[in-house]
Design a protein around this ligand. Structure first.
Ligand SMILES: NC(=O)c1ccc[n+]([C@@H]2O[C@H](COP(=O)([O-])OP(=O)(O)OC[C@H]3O[C@@H](n4cnc5c(N)ncnc54)[C@H](OP(=O)(O)O)[C@@H]3O)[C@@H](O)[C@H]2O)c1
Length: 282
């Protein structure tokens, strides 16, 4: 590890933060590219977030990532928020400018989309409807990314229908259609991509109860859950011969813009990086 008195500094702020894979991820890139820098985990309570963010420029930090539960609250604490992050209503990447101003971005949607485009290159966003299961925090970024990529119709299915309706209204998008939870298997007809953005299928959670019988054989299946990497949904999709994309790539690709802004090197997402981050999950 290269760490001089002039090291470039960044990190991740969360509460708790011990579970975060970001230090391992950025730490790998720092080592791989031989960069004089450090990326550290910072445990910050919600009531201390504003104060801690203001201190970062004074400490010489170049920026940070934000994770649960800070992403939404951070929007109001930035000096400037990019339009994309404002639409999502959450900031996951803070870039500290030369004069100490905090610039907020959201790279979750970008990470989601890049993961699909790289791992399922035959999928074309404008080619047909997409079904997204779940309307939580992650879904917001995914919906904005799909809308911006030109998906003609997005079927949004959530256990609590009101949340899906509210999200659709907030995003003000004609392309989003809310489907009832009971009709989730019908919502798979004619689609080109199925995304699970719920917590179902995660270690310790029940699997997503969804029949894939109506899913067209060419449809791609993506689960943004990455612990385990092969969720019951992905296993069922593989058994039917679908192209599947696991959730780890979203985490890796969302980290690229922050690393580039803080450390001046565009990092590559490689199998070796995947392996290193996966070791952190075990
Ligand atoms: N790969 C990545 O980089 C990445 C990034 C972000 C998040 N994630 C993963 O994505 C998942 C969701 O994260 P989030 O931040 O969006 O969570 P969240 O805001 O808490 O939303 C949870 C979602 O799961 C649904 N849900 C939970 N329990 C359910 C059940 N028993 N039956 C039906 N639906 C249920 C919720 O539905 P209701 O509205 O009805 O409660 C809601 O839509 C997590 O597993 C997280 O680790 C991955």
């Amino acid at each position: 590890m290269k760490l001089s008195g002039q090291a470039k500094l960044a990190g991740v702020i969360g509460y708790p933060v011990a579970h975060s894979l970001s230090p391992r991820l950025h730490g790998y890139w720092l080592e791989y590219y031989g960069i004089d820098g450090a990326y550290i985990p910072m445990t910050v309570k919600p009531q201390d977030l504003a104060e801690c963010l203001r201190i970062l420029p004074k400490l010489g930090f170049r920026g940070c990532n934000l994770t649960v539960p800070h992403k939404e609250a951070a929007v109001a604490l930035m000096d400037e928020v990019e339009e994309h992050a404002r639409r999502i209503g959450a900031v996951n990447t803070v870039i500290i400018e030369q004069d100490g101003r905090l610039f907020g971005r959201n790279t979750d949607g970008l990470g989601f989309l890049e993961n699909i485009l790289v791992n399922a290159p035959a999928w074309l966003p404008p080619s047909g409807p997409v079904t997204v299961i779940g309307a939580g925090g992650a879904a917001r970024a995914i919906l904005v990314a799909l809308m911006d990529a030109g998906v003609p119709e997005i079927r949004l299915v959530n256990r609590t229908a009101e949340k899906a309706e509210k999200l659709s209204q907030e995003l003000g998008a004609d392309v989003i259609r809310v489907w009832p939870w009971q009709k989730r298997s019908e919502a798979l007809e004619d689609i080109t991509l199925l995304v699970n953005s719920t917590t179902l299928g995660m270690n310790g959670q029940p699997p997503l109860d969804l029949s894939l019988d109506r899913l067209p054989h060419k449809a791609v299946v993506n689960d943004i859950v990455y612990a385990p990497l092969k969720t019951p949904l992905l296993a069922a999709a593989v058994a039917r011969g679908h192209t599947v994309v696991d959730g780890l790539g979203m985490l890796l690709y969302q980290a690229v813009p922050g690393f580039f802004a803080w450390f001046g090197q565009e990092p590559e997402v490689t199998d070796r990086l995947r392996q290193r981050v996966l070791e952190g999950l075990q």
